[in-house]
Design a protein around this ligand. Structure first.
Ligand code: 13P
Length: 250
């Protein structure tokens, strides 16, 4: 059985105090032990939250990014090994905001994935087409390239430590959500691509999350899709009640 996962990508939001209040509210309101919940706060908070969150069954903490080399003179950057040493278990790699605003390349993302796995972090690898790729019917090619360039070099045992998040760029923070049909179509396509590379049994074990204006109102119909195994939630993860409702939407 694939893991059901709801992950909170706080992006660059919350102070430490605000974050603690949110985490406490999520933990105390949690009623769904079958769903894996991963909190991705700003990296500075990982150490603090790792100890408090991980005592609770089904909760994990991760970082939103790491640098693409092991260590060295890269002022301001954070390594995968530092993140792992602070108690994180997961890491987001290849978020479209990183690709767009920080010009991260496929080669750098591949290096980040390798470093994450080396340091025993589960990598939540984000893929998704831009609006013009959707409109010109190039969305399957765009996503397939993102898979091939960054994670399909991994071995069969390594790919099991990858979670894939399908986040159509046109749906992120826009209030425009992919329809359940659009989400299912792409998730099935991603699983098929994984099956062609690794075989159906391994492909069936990979959790594929949907992200992009997913909220308490639309999560149920998205999570009901056969190949949607949960969500990577941005804005709606910043409010405890809303996030909890999403975790209860399976
Ligand atoms: P929103 O839920 O705010 O659209 O963000 C989605 C996202 O980018 C999660 O990583």
């Amino acid at each position: 059985m694939r893991k059901k996962i709801v992950a909170a990508n706080w992006k660059m939001n919350k102070t430490l105090q605000e974050g603690k209040t949110l985490v406490n509210a999520i933990i105390s309101g949690n009623s769904n032990v079958d769903v894996t919940k991963i909190i991705f706060p700003p990296s500075l908070f990982v150490t603090e939250f790792a100890s408090s969150i991980k005592e609770n069954a089904g909760f994990f903490v991760g970082a939103q990014n790491c640098y693409h080399t092991e260590s060295g003179a890269f002022t301001g950057e954070i390594s995968a090994s530092a993140i792992a040493s602070c108690g994180a278990t997961h890491i987001i790699i290849g978020h479209s905001e990183r690709r767009q605003y920080f010009h991260e390349t496929a080669e750098q993302l591949k290096q980040k994935v390798n470093l994450a796995l080396k340091h025993k972090l589960v990598a939540v690898y984000c893929v998704g087409e831009k609006l013009n790729e959707r409109q010109t019917n190039h969305y399957f090619t765009a996503v397939k390239n993102q898979l091939q360039e960054v994670i399909f070099h991994l071995s069969e045992s390594e790919i099991k430590n990858i979670v894939i998040a399908y986040e159509p760029v046109w749906a992120i923070g826009t209030g425009l959500t992919a329809s359940p049909e659009q989400a299912q179509e792409m998730h099935a396509f991603i699983r098929l691509a994984a099956a062609e590379k690794y075989g159906i049994s391994i492909a069936n074990q990979i959790s594929i999350l949907y992200g992009g204006s997913c909220n308490a109102k639309n999560a149920k119909e998205l999570f009901a899709c056969a190949d949607v195994d949960g969500g990577l939630i941005g804005g709606a993860s910043l409010v405890a009640e809303e996030f909890l409702q999403i975790t209860n939407s399976f």
